[in-house]
Design a protein around this ligand. Structure first.
Ligand code: TMP
Ligand code: ASP
Length: 238
């Protein structure tokens, strides 16, 4: 599969068209951003680690019955995916309080959330990804009621699969963000799943092993991503 032209450059990935109208190539770059692009740095190896991490997780999800856009790994930094018509809504699932939930509700970081909290955000950096609800999605036509239901259902199924996977490897899946799109009438998981878009803590020490290390200037960002990858069995060195 070969790249034809650049379609879109996001903060951490670049999207290319291919000769196949139904396929895209995603390039995972070393660029790392936080606070809607306000803080930006290049971190060595991050693109490779996230590309392989994402491929591994997407395949686990597919095996468990989740429709995903992953097609095949192309090389260290690139993956072939199905071309989705992306829905501009971010689905966030939270098992423990952290980040914007604590800021909005004054909740203490680390409080277990049972049942998990599910939230929608509008994907719009200029507006700082505002929180929205099903009524906004309906009124502004971002997705149908059925699509909203399906995104929520799939997000919670992903929670069962990945919470167990990370817990078996000694980690807590604190929260994560998913993005979905349409592919020939079906809702399919798109974008990526990597430590850039989720929070993972060591289950015993609650050490942060995700992008909060970058957001909070804790250092050892890619080393932490590699540690998570090693624990869940992502092949990084073949
Ligand atoms: P938040 O606490 O900032 O709302 O984020 C919740 C989780 O979702 C956290 O793991 C980070 C992830 N997330 C992104 O990766 N990108 C985003 O634009 C948003 C809103 C959340
Ligand atoms: N992914 C968003 C950004 O890069 C939000 C974040 O991770 O803080 O700005």
């Amino acid at each position: 599969m070969k790249k034809v032209s650049e379609l879109y450059a996001g903060k951490a990935k670049t999207v290319f068209t291919t000769e196949d109208d139904d396929k895209l190539i995603l390039e995972f770059r070393n660029d790392t951003s936080a606070f809607d692009g306000e803080k930006m740095e290049q971190l060595d190896r991050k693109g490779m680690v996230n590309n392989r991490f994402n491929a591994f997780v997407m395949q686990k999800l597919e095996e468990a019955g989740i429709p995903v856009h992953f097609d095949s790994l192309l090389n260290d930094n690139e993956v072939v995916v199905k071309r989705l018509d992306m829905i501009p809504v971010e689905c966030v699932v939270r098992n423990f309080a952290a980040g914007s939930l604590c800021r909005r509700l004054g909740t203490e970081e680390g409080l277990e959330l049972n049942p998990p909290v599910f939230e929608f955000f509008l994907k719009d950096d200029a507006l700082h990804d505002p929180m929205i609800n099903e009524s906004h999605i309906d009124t502004f036509g971002w997705a149908s009621d059925a699509e909203v239901g399906r995104m929520k259902e799939l997000s919670l199924q992903v929670n069962h699969i990945l919470s167990k996977m990370f817990s078996d490897a000694g980690m807590l899946l604190v929260d994560y963000k998913l993005e979905f799109g349409r592919f020939h009438g079906e809702i399919v998981l798109g974008d990526e799943f990597s430590p850039d878009g989720c929070r993972l803590w060591d289950a015993d020490t609650r050490e942060k092993l995700d992008k909060d290390r970058f957001r909070q200037g804790l250092g050892g960002v890619v080393e932490a991503y590699e540690e998570v990858a090693r624990r869940i069995g992502v092949p990084l060195d073949d």
